[in-house]
Design a protein around this ligand. Structure first.
Ligand SMILES: [Zn+2]
Length: 114
């Protein structure tokens, strides 16, 4: 597994995680569609916030089970704790340093009907 560094746009929020990146996840739920999210799957215990935790705010909707975080200064979605499995986070692939997003296969997730 490789260690990755990631940040929001303004740089307030910095985080790191270890995972095996094989694919991007694209979800068709109403939130992921609007935020144009392409995500990586990261285990909760493999993700570490390095700085700017106080800049993150929480957005919850519908069942309020998932925890969606974004930076209060620049508005960028960083990651979220999944509804179906709280031990797993979805991470915004475009926040990750040095990741060739365009080279990865995309797996479609049907979040709209689950
Ligand atoms: Zn920011």
């Amino acid at each position: 597994m490789q260690r990755y560094l990631a940040s929001c746009h303004c740089g307030n929020v910095k985080f790191a995680f270890c995972t095996q990146v094989d694919e991007l996840v694209m979800c068709n739920c109403s939130l992921c569609t609007r935020r144009n999210a392409m995500m990586l799957t990261v285990r909760r215990d493999a993700l570490q916030i390095l700085s700017g935790e106080d800049s993150l705010t929480l957005y919850q909707w519908n069942t309020h089970a998932a925890r969606h975080y974004f930076c209060t200064r620049c508005g960028v979605y960083t990651f979220h704790q999944r509804r179906i499995d709280p031990e797993v986070y979805g991470v915004n692939a475009f926040c990750v340093e040095g990741l060739d997003v365009a080279a990865l296969p995309v797996r479609k997730m049907d979040g709209r009907s689950r």
